[in-house]
Write a protein that binds this ligand. Structure first.
Ligand code: AMP
Length: 188
């Protein structure tokens, strides 16, 4: 198996690059943001609870997202590898993910972090909010809360995989094609 984490703050281009990576490398795309939005679209109890938290730009509880990832991995047990997008966002989630993969005799092979300035992130997210239909993209206060959650809780996840020698970073500004080329280079 080859398991990849695409890492970076909200608006760093994880979703856009994920689409290209799964096509090129045949990985199964697992985005906790997409999984949560699908729970909301289906008006499930989990979705209703998560929506309140997501609308404030905060992180939903670790147990909720780890449970969703566990069942998604079970649904795609035959995948040749996973691309994790927007997950793990806390060190506790990273530890849970490592344990889930260890059960399959696997691990995270690589974390690629996309480096983008705060100013560019806010610009991109406000732009995306015009068309994405995502309420958390349309309000600058919520966008700033999401970036703050990232700084307070998520950046430490990079340290977790750096300590395991799995971390690499690339500039996340420039054209979509240029960034994808940089990703392909580090994928080797
Ligand atoms: P995203 O689509 O990755 O930007 O996620 C949108 C929102 O979903 C985030 O602002 C969080 O509220 C929630 N979310 C997505 N993934 C996670 C995660 N791994 N842990 C906690 N909350 C998450």
């Amino acid at each position: 198996m080859f398991n990849l984490i695409l890492f970076g703050p909200p608006g760093s281009g994880k979703g856009t690059q994920s689409e290209k990576i799964i096509e090129r490398f045949g990985l199964k795309h697992l985005s906790t943001g997409d999984l949560l939005r699908s729970e909301i679209a289906n008006a499930t109890p989990l979705g209703m609870q998560a929506k309140e938290i997501m609308d404030k730009g905060q992180l939903v509880p670790d147990a909720v997202v780890v449970g969703m990832i566990r069942s998604a991995m079970e649904r795609h047990a035959d995948a040749k590898g996973f691309l994790f997008d927007g997950f793990p966002r806390t060190v506790a989630q990273a530890e849970a993910l490592d344990a889930l993969l260890a059960e399959k005799g696997a691990s995270i092979n690589l974390m690629i972090a996309l480096i983008v300035s705060d100013e560019e992130l806010i610009k991109r997210l406000l732009q995306r909010g015009l068309t994405s239909g995502r309420s958390d993209d349309s309000n600058e206060t919520v966008i700033r809360a999401r970036i703050e959650e990232y700084q307070n809780k998520t950046t430490a996840v990079a340290g977790h995989y750096r300590a395991l020698n799995r971390y690499t970073s690339i500039p996340g500004e420039g054209s979509i094609e240029d960034i994808f080329e940089r990703i392909c280079e580090v994928m080797g």
